[in-house]
Design a protein. Sequence first.
Length: 228
Amino acid sequence: MASLKVFVDMMSQPSRSVMLLLTANRVPFTTKIIDITKGMHHSDKEFAEVTPIKKVPAIQDGDFKLSECTAILRYICNKYNLPDHWYPTDIQKRSKVDEYLSWHHTNTRLGATDITFGKLILPKLLGMPADEKQIERGQAQLAGCMKVYNNYFLKDTPFISSHEITIADLLAVCEFSQFELLPPKFVDLSQKVEEWIARCKDSFGSEYEDTHSILYRAKAAINEASKL
């Protein structure tokens, strides 16, 4: 039996990034779903013992417990000796990965969260009006991010500051995948970013589709409801 236990909500972008890294590299693990919509992140006793932060993802590996997605991704790469391209041992290459991981949550994720929460979560899940100001704020944030991707992270490389896919790409592409729930062309992504997303998906194949299956089911349900 695998010693690694992973606590996730598959509608969570950071959760999907951890699951995708594990499945793509055939790391043995068991899963416990923490359904945030049902408040399990506050009510589940086992989860509370693993992480007082009460956010997904989190892991327990034997007696070792860890939360925060970027810390978990690094831990998995190091503990399970994953192929070097994921989190390079070369200090300069690794630092470029760390640079994006440090930038992600207050830039890409911040903009994406404002857009999806304002446009999708509020009206579809909470029954409240869409928050146009929050959406506009997210779109402005993301527009600034597009410039950074175009002119820096993807300026000279097919992946984020790298010629091979890393956990930086993994974290980012799982964030962008949330936009698939929104109406077509609702989010203005640059051509360079759209091409990068396609390369990331191609790097995984069926593992990407499997990890995002819940997202595709949610998308189908939203599309069906819009027809009523």
